[in-house]
Design a protein around this ligand. Structure first.
Ligand SMILES: *Cc1c(COP(=O)(O)O)cnc(C)c1O
Length: 431
C-alpha cells in the first residue's frame, strides 16, 4: 500500500464516522477507487465481486451507461431548484413511471430524500389522515417484532425494540404496539394461528391505532427472515375490518429483489401507503418516495389541519436524483429482472443449500436474489472481511448473518465466486 493511501485511510479513521461504527475503535475500512458492473476496485489493487449491491441499492450494477447518461444530461441542464412553488420534468417523468409500476390505486406521491424520511412521511400521512377526519385518538402504530424501518426517531420507534439498533434511545421514543413476528416461514405450510397475536392487538386497540407498518415478506436489517405471504393477505383484511391503514415498507423489497416487483405482490395486496427507496435510483443517489391513494390524500387535503401535508425537505425532488431514478425505473420496466432474479435464486439455492449441513450453520434461506446463511455464532467482522477481500469478494456480514444480494446483472461465474467464498469461510473458521 502506498504511503498516501495509508495516510488517507488513517485520516478517515480519525475523523469520519462510518455506519454503526465507533470513532475510537472503528472497524477497518477499504479504500475504493472505482466500481463498474458487478465489481468494486480497491485503491490497493484488488478487484472484488460485489455481493451487497451497496445495501440493496445498486441493482443494475455500478457505472451503468444509461444511468450515467441520465445524470450527465441532467447536470448540464440544472442540478437543483427548490420544489416549493417550482416543478420540473425529471420529477414528473419519474413519478409517472413510479405510478405505472406501483399497483392501483396508489397514485399520489411524496418525494423524500431517504428511506428513513419516507417512513417519517408515511407515519405523518397516517396520523394526519385520522386527524383530518376527526379521529385524532388514532395516533399510534402497530408493527411486528424483528422489523427495521430506518434511523430517524419515528422510524426507530417501530424498529424491533430489543434487537433493534436503537435500544439506547427507547426512553426518548414514542410508545408503539408490537406483536410477535409471523412464525410461519415463506416456504412452510400456512398456519392460521400465526395471525392471532396481531388480530388480538387490533381487536383491543384499534381505536388508538392509526396504521400497521410492516416490511412485506422479507424482514431485512432486523434479521433477514422471510415470512408467509398469506400473513400479508390476511393482515390486509384485518386492517380493513378494524379500520386501520396499512403501510408497506418496500424500501428493501421493492423493484424485483424478492422475485416479484414488490414484496406485496407475493400476497396480491395493495397497501394504503407504500415506501420505496434504496434501488429507486439504481444506487446512484439518495432518493425515496411515499406513495398513497386518493382516499388518504384527499382526506388530508380537505380535512381539519388546513389541508397541507406538513413536510418539505430542502432537497425535495432533486432533479439529478429524479433523472437517475427515471432511468433506473425504465430499466426495471424493460423487464430483464424477471429472468435475472429467478436465475440468481436458482443458483443461490443450488450453491448455498448444501451449506445447511455444516455444523456452524443454523439455517440457509433463499428468496429471489437474496441468499442468507445464518450461523450459530456471531462472525468476527474484521477478520471475515479480510478473508473475503483476499478471496476477491465484497460480502459484509452482521451478527450471525452472512448474506448476499448481488446486482441483478451478476454473471453465473461471479455469483459462484460469492457462494464459494462463504463455503471457504466455513471451512477455515471454527465457528
Ligand atoms: C434501509 C431501510 C430503511 C431506511 O432507509 P435509509 O435510506 O437508510 O434511510 C427503511 N426501511 C427498510 C425496510 C430499509 O431496508
Amino acid at each position: 500500500m502506498s504511503n498516501s493511501l495509508q495516510q488517507a485511510i488513517q485520516f478517515d479513521q480519525q475523523h469520519i464516522w462510518h455506519p454503526y461504527t465507533s470513532m475510537t475503535d472503528p472497524l477497518p475500512c477499504y479504500h475504493v477507487k472505482s466500481a463498474s458492473g458487478c465489481e468494486i476496485e480497491l485503491s490497493s489493487g484488488e478487484i472484488l465481486v460485489d455481493g451487497m449491491s451497496s445495501w440493496w441499492a445498486a441493482i443494475h450494477g455500478y457505472n451503468h451507461p444509461q444511468l450515467n447518461a441520465a445524470l450527465h444530461a441532467q447536470a448540464d441542464k440544472m442540478s437543483h431548484v427548490m420544489f416549493g412553488g417550482l416543478t420540473h420534468q425529471p420529477a414528473i417523468n419519474m413519478v409517472e413511471r413510479l405510478i405505472d409500476l406501483t399497483p392501483a390505486p396508489l397514485d399520489r406521491v411524496f418525494i423524500a430524500d431517504s428511506g428513513s424520511v419516507s417512513v417519517e412521511v408515511a407515519i405523518k400521512m397516517a396520523l394526519q389522515y385520522w386527524f383530518s377526519i376527526e379521529q385524532p385518538k388514532k395516533n399510534q402504530l402497530l408493527t411486528i417484532r424483528g422489523g427495521y424501518h430506518g434511523d430517524t426517531f419515528a422510524a426507530m420507534s417501530v424498529c424491533d425494540p430489543v434487537n433493534g439498533m436503537h435500544h439506547m434511545f427507547r426512553h426518548a421514543l414514542c410508545n408503539q404496539h408490537f406483536v410477535e413476528r409471523p412464525a410461519v416461514e415463506f416456504d412452510d405450510e400456512w398456519e392460521p394461528s400465526s395471525l392471532s397475536s396481531i388480530q388480538q392487538e387490533l381487536e383491543q386497540h384499534h381505536t388508538e391505532i392509526a396504521a400497521v407498518i410492516i416490511e412485506p415478506v422479507v424482514q431485512g436489517a432486523g434479521g433477514m427472515r422471510f415470512y408467509h405471504p398469506e400473513y400479508l393477505t390476511q393482515l390486509r383484511e384485518l386492517c380493513n375490518h378494524y379500520d386501520v391503514l396499512l403501510i408497506a415498507d418496500e424500501i428493501a423489497t421493492g423493484f424485483g429483489r424478492t422475485g416479484q416487483l414488490f414484496g406485496c405482490d407475493h400476497a396480491g395486496i395493495v397497501p394504503d401507503i407504500m415506501c420505496v427507496g434504496k434501488a429507486l435510483t439504481g444506487g446512484y443517489m439518495t432518493l425515496a418516495a411515499t406513495v398513497t391513494h386518493a382516499k388518504v390524500a384527499e382526506a388530508i387535503g380537505q380535512g381539519q389541519g388546513g389541508g397541507a401535508l406538513m413536510h418539505g425537505p430542502t432537497f425535495m425532488g432533486n432533479p439529478l436524483a429524479c433523472a437517475v431514478a427515471n432511468a433506473s425505473l425504465s430499466i426495471i420496466q424493460s423487464g430483464d429482472w424477471k429472468t435475472q432474479v429467478p436465475r440468481i435464486e436458482c443458483q443461490l439455492r443450488e450453491e448455498l443449500g448444501p451449506l445447511k449441513r455444516h455444523p456452524s450453520v443454523a439455517d440457509v434461506r433463499v428468496l429471489g436474489a437474496i441468499g442468507v446463511v445464518e450461523l450459530n455464532k456471531p462472525v468476527n467482522v474484521a477478520r471475515t472481511q479480510a478473508l473475503f477481500v483476499e478471496l476477491g469478494v465484497w460480502i459484509r456480514p452482521f451478527g450471525r448473518l452472512m448474506y448476499i444480494m448481488p446486482p441483478y446483472c451478476i454473471s453465473a461465474q461471479q455469483l459462484s465466486k460469492l457462494t464459494h467464498a462463504i463455503a471457504v469461510y466455513l471451512e477455515t473458521t471454527t465457528n
